[in-house]
Design a protein around this ligand. Structure first.
Ligand SMILES: Nc1ncnc2c1ncn2[C@@H]1O[C@H](COP(=O)(O)OP(=O)(O)OP(=O)(O)O)[C@@H](O)[C@H]1O
Length: 279
């Protein structure tokens, strides 16, 4: 049975290097990060933090927590989509002040342009970023192949299932070859079986593409199944209630979910939800 360790401090790069069996530099370093939103009625909502955490290159960090605790806010801050109120965020050593070129985003809804084919949807960011289109087209085809859609490049979104559309969105997020992928409940709208297939697919892509992934989910089993680390956030304002190193083999099949080791992780995280009175 694989060993399990629970990490309580705010940095887990060392544990991850052990887990990944290689020295891992930091992909993301967050220090004392906070976000307070201004509301329309002149009030303030303290949404997140303070949070400090280090994510190693090649790590797969999943984030779980109660509804409204600031999961999406954290992802948007890390991606540079919204400004922070306090603290610092470094991506590959550079302070983040605006959307970062080295980050790809995948949202719950794939938001594909219905009048463009799968491959042209994948190519959109390349066009926006002014990349070489001939080279990008070759890469787009390779990415479609990687997500299992090699034969669907010329299909329109209406001709694809929900899971296939989300795979196109994943391929699109990788077209400019970012080293980090941020995913905000990407499989939340899919049925249970498609979701399991997508989880397996994503692990395969992660192993093949060697990216760092940050993945928000409402599902504790999904968080454990996918992650090398699970960040458990508290009620709003979200703070790190627990940081769990998932010491399971990186080559995982769905059957791992019925192992004792998986159950121990699951109980650990569920007990956080119970003791903190998460809603
Ligand atoms: N633009 C905004 N203006 C004001 N308040 C906001 C804004 N965006 C989010 N909030 C508030 O910040 C808090 C955190 O929101 P966020 O969407 O990050 O939570 P979440 O954990 O992703 O929620 P869920 O799990 O329900 O998707 C919530 O109380 C929300 O109402």
């Amino acid at each position: 049975m694989p060993a399990m360790s629970i990490v309580r401090d705010t940095s887990f790069s060392q544990e991850a290097s052990t887990h990944l069996n290689q020295p891992a530099a930091a992909a993301i370093v967050v220090e004392e990060l906070e976000k307070t939103y201004a509301t329309h009625d002149g009030g303030k909502v303290q949404a997140l933090g303070p949070i400090s955490v280090t994510v190693p290159q090649g790590g797969f960090m999943t984030i779980v927590g109660p509804s409204g605790c600031g999961k999406s806010t954290l992802l948007k801050l890390l991606s540079g989509l919204i400004p922070r109120s306090a603290g610092s965020i470094k991506v590959n050593g550079e302070e983040v002040h605006e959307p970062h070129r080295d980050i790809g985003m995948v949202f719950q809804s794939p938001v594909l342009l219905p009048w463009k084919t799968a491959i042209d949807n994948v190519l959109l960011p390349a066009k926006v970023l002014g990349l070489d289109m001939a080279a990008s087209r070759v890469r787009a085809q390779e990415l479609l192949e990687m997500v299992g859609l090699a034969d669907f490049a010329g299909r329109y979104p209406s001709e694809l299932s929900g899971g296939m559309q989300q795979r196109v969105a994943i391929a699109r997020s990788l077209i400019h070859d970012p080293s980090i992928l941020m995913m905000d409940e990407p499989f939340g709208a899919l049925d249970a079986m498609t979701r399991e297939v997508m989880n397996l697919e994503l692990l395969r892509i992660w192993r093949k593409a060697g990216k760092t992934i940050i993945f928000v989910t409402h599902s504790i089993p999904e968080a454990i199944f996918l992650g090398t680390h699970v960040m458990v956030l508290s009620n709003r304002p979200g703070r790190i209630a627990d940081l769990v190193t998932v010491d399971l083999p990186s080559e995982r099949g769905l059957d791992i979910m019925s192992t004792d080791a998986f159950g121990v992780f699951s109980n650990r995280i569920r007990s956080q939800f119970n003791t903190q009175g998460f809603i």
